[in-house]
Design a protein around this ligand. Structure first.
Ligand SMILES: *[C@@H]1O[C@H](CO)[C@@H](O)[C@H](O)[C@H]1NC(C)=O
Ligand SMILES: *[C@@H]1O[C@H](CO)[C@@H](O)[C@H](O)[C@H]1NC(C)=O
Length: 736
């Protein structure tokens, strides 16, 4: 009873903390509890109107596309947590929307209902569309992204302001506060920059775009081009024999959006995609009478010329205090705070003027539109709003030239590895996240230096990076994960099937975990000693059929530091945001409840074969748990190491005391002792505990593993990168 009261009070306290700090409050764009919600199809204009009406808040909607349920649920949970409930996830199947609804149901009254939409994946007679999207006859990148843009484009045409995102975007602080005041309020479209003048499809924001203007057109036109090329590529085949023999459409949404954006910059349709179609087909270029390079320059150079890369805008007041474009340093000198740079360009309504110059890609379509192209155009016509002058119709040139231009800006424009324009509004993991600016529970977060984060650019190699980053930064919603997993032990990667190949048997659930006690892994271990410690832990885990809780490194370990920090000879005594002295490129990722308790996850474990099994029907490899997952397990079960929960290593009463702090020697443990001394204890705890943790109070190695256990360990060692780190070459080690 007392325990339940405690749990209840704890939940209430957490809710109070959560609601008190909602990021939306600064701008008063808090929509939680204020939307009606919509679950259903988005195919027709009427359905979309209904969905938007039931989702928007002050004319704003947030749209993302996803096919994976857990990513969608996590993203939705994050938006709702900051008070943005005006989100319309676009999923693949109607059943997913109902599933999402059940994960969030019953919603707290102060969060309110949710929305979720889908598009038909079958035709009227029940035949599944090959691309699972009605308008695309062939795959052009991911259908999921196109469903997003189809929704976004029509919402913009209907007059909504839209944040178009991927599910790996995080709201770190109030976006609307940033975007509804100068200088960002003067932009009709803001997008994350990839590099140069390249477009990243993961984050865009559109405001006050007219239904007949260049922004609405470019959102329409990107999918229009994809639909046309997928349906009928005869114009491309007529020029390129090499393309005709392969017929591969190596394009995706962001590339085509980019060329539509560039068309609006130039005021004339350009088609850089044809260069991808023609590849190095000499015959195609000789027919066209020019080289690919000439075409590329004809389409690119004027775009660069028109772009105002480092355009400066004044900022003042509270915004000036919040903006500091340096992310490897804690603060900026005040004189740097009165202007910001936004990579800016003006968008005009493009028009062909009836001319289709070869160097702009010519007219790369069949002049007679196919049925899918016609249907796509009709979907926009059905909206019943005033659309743009058709750039292909010579009669509309004057109207196009008379259309009011709109303003476009790139955010997250990287100038150097330490400086970036617009990262205060939106930025990547590489530029800001890895230095600690996204960590929700740390003091750095309190400064709220960044509005939106995108888990993108130079992530450490491996799998699950995006989930891991969410866990490290405190943005992973464990409650949502548990509701999806329907079990406490299944929320951990170790107990999930780690492949998209579902022909395998379900993974058996492992409920016992072995872990080093706090302090056994310490800052004075070299990386080699740390890896040996981890190998010893893996041996014990294999011997006992348990999950190995991979230990975090101490963040002041020499090998966790950057080369510069290492050379300077400085060992951090206390941690601070930004932790630019830590090697967050590949080596470590910090996490923790506070700076004193900061721990450093070694990225070497973030691979399938270090965490889970791809062959659940065989004891091929062991299972592992990330340090950040283990922290969740310890916190949620309130596990504390004690004599009763520590593994017995050698026969003898009383047990030998553990070695003193700072020990680096591994104690050899006999396989048979480990089993004989602990088996009863393991079984007993399994009867009464969900996921018992078995602690090791010292560094160990099991030198005499044999039989199946030895085979399993050896195989694990070959497959898990972290376990065979010591066998890697110097160069390979540099990337782990
Ligand atoms: C959009 O509308 C708001 C509110 O009317 C206005 O303050 C802002 O300047 C407008 N921005 C653009 C780019 O039109
Ligand atoms: C690491 O070594 C230094 C110097 O030998 C010592 O002062 C420190 O206490 C050691 N730290 C740990 C955690 O053992």
């Amino acid at each position: 009873m007392v325990r339940w009261v405690y749990v209840f009070l704890n939940i209430v306290a957490q809710l109070l903390v959560a609601t008190a700090n909602r990021a939306c409050e600064r701008s008063k764009y808090c929509s939680h509890g204020k939307i009606k919600g919509y679950i259903g199809p988005l195919d027709t204009a009427a359905q979309l109107r209904e969905a938007l009406e039931a989702t928007h808040y002050k004319g704003e909607v947030i749209v993302f596309g996803e096919t994976r349920l857990s990513d969608a649920a996590q993203a939705l949970a994050r938006f709702r947590e900051v008070g943005y409930a005006h989100v319309l996830p676009v999923l693949e199947e109607a059943s997913q929307c109902h599933h999402i609804r059940s994960v969030f149901f019953p919603w707290p009254s102060d969060e309110g209902p949710l929305s979720c939409g889908t598009y038909a994946i079958h035709d009227a007679s029940g035949n599944e569309y090959h691309t699972r999207f009605k308008y695309l006859a062939r795959m052009v990148g991911f259908s999921s992204w196109w469903r997003k843009w189809f929704t976004v484009g029509r919402a913009v045409a209907l007059g909504y302001n839209v944040m178009a995102v991927d599910s790996d975007v995080l709201v770190l602080d109030d976006w609307y506060w940033r975007v509804k005041q100068p200088p960002l309020s003067d932009f009709n479209m803001l997008t994350q920059n990839e590099w140069g003048v390249s477009f990243n499809g993961g984050f865009s924001y559109i405001q006050n775009a007219t239904s007949s203007g260049p922004v609405a057109w470019l959102l329409f036109e990107a999918l229009h081009r994809a639909v046309r090329w997928a349906e009928d590529d005869s114009a491309i085949m007529a020029i390129s024999p090499a393309y005709a023999s392969r017929r591969q459409i190596g394009l995706n949404d962001q590339g085509i959006l980019q060329e539509c954006l560039h068309s609006a910059v130039l005021g004339h349709p350009v088609y850089p995609s044809v260069l991808a179609f023609y590849g190095d087909d000499k015959e195609a270029f000789s027919r066209l009478g020019m080289t690919g390079d000439t075409m590329f320059r004809a389409m690119n150079d004027p775009v660069y010329k028109a772009w105002q890369m480092g355009q400066r805008y004044p900022v003042s007041g509270e915004l000036a205090e919040a903006v500091c474009e340096r992310y490897m340093e804690a603060d900026c000198p005040t004189y740097e705070k009165d202007t910001v740079q936004i990579s800016t360009v003006e968008l005009k309504m493009p028009h062909s003027g009836g001319k289709w110059p070869v160097e702009f890609g010519g007219y790369p379509f069949n002049r007679t539109p196919g049925p899918l192209t016609t249907a796509y155009r009709q979907a926009y016509a059905d909206l019943g709003v005033n659309l743009w002058p058709d750039p292909e119709d010579p009669a509309t040139e004057a109207a196009a030239r008379g259309t009011k231009p709109e303003r476009f800006g790139y955010l997250s424009y990287r100038t150097t590895d330490t400086e970036c324009s617009g990262c205060w509004a939106e930025s990547t993991w590489w530029m800001t996240g890895r230095h600690g600016w996204w960590h929700k529970q740390l003091p750095g977060y309190a400064r709220r230096k960044v509005g939106i984060g995108h888990i993108w650019a130079n992530l450490f190699p491996g799998e699950y990076q995006k989930e891991i980053i969410l866990m490290h930064t405190g943005w992973y919603n464990w409650r949502v994960a548990a509701r999806l997993a329907k079990s406490r032990s299944r929320v951990y990667i170790a107990n999930q099937l780690c492949t998209f190949n579902h022909i395998h048997n379900p993974v058996p659930d492992i409920r016992t975990v072995v872990a080093y006690q706090p302090g056994v892994i310490h800052a004075n271990l070299s990386k080699e000693q740390y890896v040996q410690a981890v190998q010893g832990l893996a041996q014990v885990a294999v011997a006992l059929g348990s999950i190995a809780a991979w230990p975090a490194a101490a963040c002041d370990s020499e090998w966790a530091l950057t080369e510069e920090a290492h050379k300077s000879g400085r060992r951090p005594t206390e941690h601070a945001v930004p932790w630019s002295y830590l090697n967050t490129y590949y080596t470590v990722q910090p996490f923790g409840e506070n700076l004193q308790g900061l721990q450093c996850e070694w990225a070497g474990f973030s691979h399938y074969d270090c965490l889970c099994t791809q062959q659940p029907d065989r004891l091929e490899v062991g299972r592992g748990m990330l340090a950040v997952e283990f922290q969740h397990l310890v916190t949620s079960t309130r596990a504390v190491p004690s004599l009763d929960t520590t593994l017995k290593l050698e026969d003898g009463v009383p047990a030998a005391a553990p070695p003193p702090a700072g020990n680096i020697a591994r104690q050899a443990v006999r396989y048979r002792d480990l089993i004989a001394l602990n088996a009863k204890f393991v079984f007993r705890r399994l009867q009464t505990e969900q996921m018992p943790i078995f602690w090791l109070d010292r560094l160990v190695e099991v030198s005499d593993l044999d039989g199946e256990a030895a085979d399993q360990f050896n195989h694990w060692r070959t497959k898990c990168l972290a376990l065979h780190y010591l066998d890697l070459t110097e160069e390979q080690r540099g990337r782990v």
